[in-house]
Ligand binder design. Structure first.
Ligand SMILES: [Fe+2]
Ligand SMILES: [Fe+2]
Length: 331
């Protein structure tokens, strides 16, 4: 059985791949400025400066768009947690260090521009938003907790830092891309949509970097990497899990197509697994083969869960519509 590589061996072996991918990223990333995406002329003072405090009637966004915007922003706000996770598991030398710094700086733009937009346009309550940011950032993101809550063991979380990180962020970057893109559409407002499409394009480039790194790790140490990937896919939680009002906002987002189980399966998990050739490759040992079977079974169950969720959602949406008097009750 091939032995597992240590964290240090993985980082050293993959450094040239990281360097190529940092160069690729820098050649493709667009420079953009948050202030160009915010309608400043819509802004005015709040009561502390002799203006008027926020009132729900001032918001021009619908309930779904508001819930999605808040969730997306709080996720971006939690950047220090993600930075810690990545910087603790990557090296601070060479290409690894360059990537960690650059990625963190790019992510910070997302939180800056969404907050500026929401506060200037009075789309959401700025006091509630600030309270939620404080609560969410204080709690932080903890991947160890995520795996353990999913039933994982101590060994699973103790020795797979780098591989867990690159596997998790690959899916997470793609998930945030989908969420930002669909939130933009749900806002039904061209300035918000332009801003969120801009952010979604960044998230896609981030995803490609991590996907390429995790793919290279899979080539280097197939069984060991598939173990980390399987653990992440089978225990995946959206980064918003645990934030204030997560249940309410998460349900609203899933119910209205911002981010639901089928999007998670078909637009996030499967395209990445296909790109890594997980189900076609022939370099797995017995352990890898077994993991691939477990992963296949989990994905089949997810497919069934999608159908069940959609049936429930359709019934709930029909109930909502009847309540609003849009369609006659079934006889
Ligand atoms: Fe982001
Ligand atoms: Fe990102």
């Amino acid at each position: 059985m091939a032995r597992n590589l240590t964290q240090l061996e993985l980082l050293m072996e993959l450094e040239p791949v990281a360097e190529r991918n940092v160069d690729r990223h820098l050649s493709m990333a667009k420079t953009w400025h948050p202030h160009d995406y915010v309608p400043w002329d819509a802004g005015r003072n709040f009561a502390a400066m002799d203006g008027q405090d926020w009132d729900p009637s001032q918001s021009r966004l619908g309930e779904v768009a508001k819930a999605a915007m808040i969730t997306n922003l709080l996720t971006e706000d939690n950047l220090p947690s993600y930075h810690r996770e990545i910087s603790e598991n990557f090296s601070s030398d060479g290409a690894w260090g360059t990537w960690v710094g650059r990625w963190t700086a790019e992510e910070n733009r997302h939180g800056i521009v969404i907050r500026d937009y929401l506060v200037v346009t009075r789309a959401v309550d700025p006091v509630a938003l600030e309270r939620a940011r404080m609560a969410h950032m204080t709690q932080g993101y903890n991947p160890v907790k995520m795996i353990r809550e999913g039933g994982g063991t101590i060994e699973q979380v103790s020795d797979r830092g780098f591989l867990h990180s690159v596997a998790y962020v690959t899916f997470q970057e793609l998930a945030t891309r989908v969420s930002h893109r669909n939130t933009g559409k749900a806002c039904d407002e061209p300035i918000a949509d332009r801003m969120l499409q801009r952010i979604a394009a960044d998230e896609n480039l981030h995803m490609i970097f991590y996907r390429n790194m995790c793919g290279a790790a899979l080539d280097l140490s197939p069984d060991q990497t598939l173990e980390a990937i399987t653990e992440i896919v089978c225990n995946f939680q959206m980064p918003g899990a645990g934030m204030p009002d997560w249940r309410r906002n998460g349900v609203l987002m899933a119910k209205h197509g911002i981010y639901d189980l089928r999007q998670h399966l078909e637009e996030v998990v499967m395209p990445v697994l296909r790109k890594w050739n997980v189900f076609e490759r022939n370099d797995f040992g017995p352990r890898g083969e077994q993991l691939r079977n477990e992963l296949g079974e989990f994905l089949a169950k997810l497919q069934t869960d999608c159908l069940r969720f959609e049936e429930q959602r359709d019934r709930a949406l029909a109930r909502d519509a009847r309540r609003r008097g849009q369609v006659p009750a079934e006889v």
